[in-house]
Design a protein around this ligand. Structure first.
Ligand code: ZN
Length: 291
């Protein structure tokens, strides 16, 4: 099953068509895309027998598939090759931060750049399907509603600002969490633990890996996180990024006005985000004049 936020309404994607869930279910399910995860098994049961009516998919009408999660976890240094490129040891427990949910935006967004130090990080994003507390690793996948593509956009100066790193703030500027194009259930994927993942900047491949390079894979993350925090239906977990980020390149490279970033995960889909420099706000111009 493929679930989307289409013009702000919960929808199923079937081939190149869209089914509005509230209309097709005669109101049995709410139109709120976030509400899908509160009643996920029932939605899956209903969707397996649904048959149209469909409207043609217009990708410009897609919104963030999970727009208002209670919690958004981010995991750092979770691909072996990425930990190697930044010279970090493999962590013994997932290096966890939060992306504040206000940073989540649609898969086709134009993201405003607050500085010249914004980096890309393509990531597999897990959507939690039911409340999880002290989950055995072997049962991890049964707590997952589905998977989507995400960009953990990162402002590297704020992220590493002394006296202690500020990962959660550096990764939570407005627009820094594009996700989409839809949520795909694990049963749609031949091997959900081994998916090709990549991103290309203006057509040039920057990151290309497979999710079997994860240090903590999806069930391991559900196990480790749920040993401390209660996970709720509709929570998101950004699972970490593979090697090839801009800050680790020689010379370093960051996102610029007019850049176009295409992120793809095998079997899930593609997300295309553009970037625009932030126009100087009046207080910034005043500060520049004063200095
Ligand atoms: Zn990340």
């Amino acid at each position: 099953m493929r679930v989307a936020n289409y013009e702000g309404r919960l929808a199923l994607i079937v081939g190149s068509g869209v089914i509005d869930v509230e209309s097709a279910s005669s109101g049995a399910f709410s139109a709120d895309p976030q509400g899908a995860y509160e009643n996920w098994p029932a939605l899956c049961d209903w969707a397996s027998g649904v048959d149209g009516p469909t409207q043609p998919l217009d990708e410009s009408k897609l919104g963030a598939p999970v727009p208002r999660p209670r919690q958004v976890f981010g995991i750092g240094l979770n691909y072996r090759q990425h930990a190697d490129e930044v010279g970090a040891q493999y962590p013994e427990f997932p290096a966890t931060f939060t992306k504040f949910p206000s940073c989540l935006v649609a898969p086709n967004s134009v993201v405003e750049l607050p500085s010249e130090s914004v980096d890309w990080e393509v990531e597999l994003v897990v959507v939690v399907g039911r409340e999880a507390r002290f989950v055995d690793e072997a049962d991890g996948w049964s707590f997952v509603a589905g998977l989507t593509v995400g960009q953990d956009l990162s402002e590297r100066v704020v992220q590493s600002r002394p006296p202690s790193p500020q990962w959660s703030l550096g990764k939570s500027f407005a627009g820094f969490g594009p996700t989409g194009p839809c949520v795909v259930t694990p049963d749609e994927l031949a091997d959900p633990d081994n998916l090709a993942i990549s991103c290309a900047l203006n057509g040039e491949v920057m990151q290309s890996s497979r999710t079997n390079d994860l240090i903590f894979n999806v069930p391991a993350l559900i196990n480790r996180l749920s040993s401390i925090v209660t996970l709720f239906p509709g929570d998101l977990i950004f699972t970490g990024t593979p090697s090839g980020v801009g800050v680790a390149r020689k010379p370093q490279r960051f996102l610029k006005d007019g850049d176009h970033l295409v992120s793809t995960i095998e079997g899930i889909g593609t997300m295309a985000v553009s970037f625009a420099s932030r126009a100087a706000a009046p207080q910034d111009r005043a500060a520049a004049h004063a200095s």
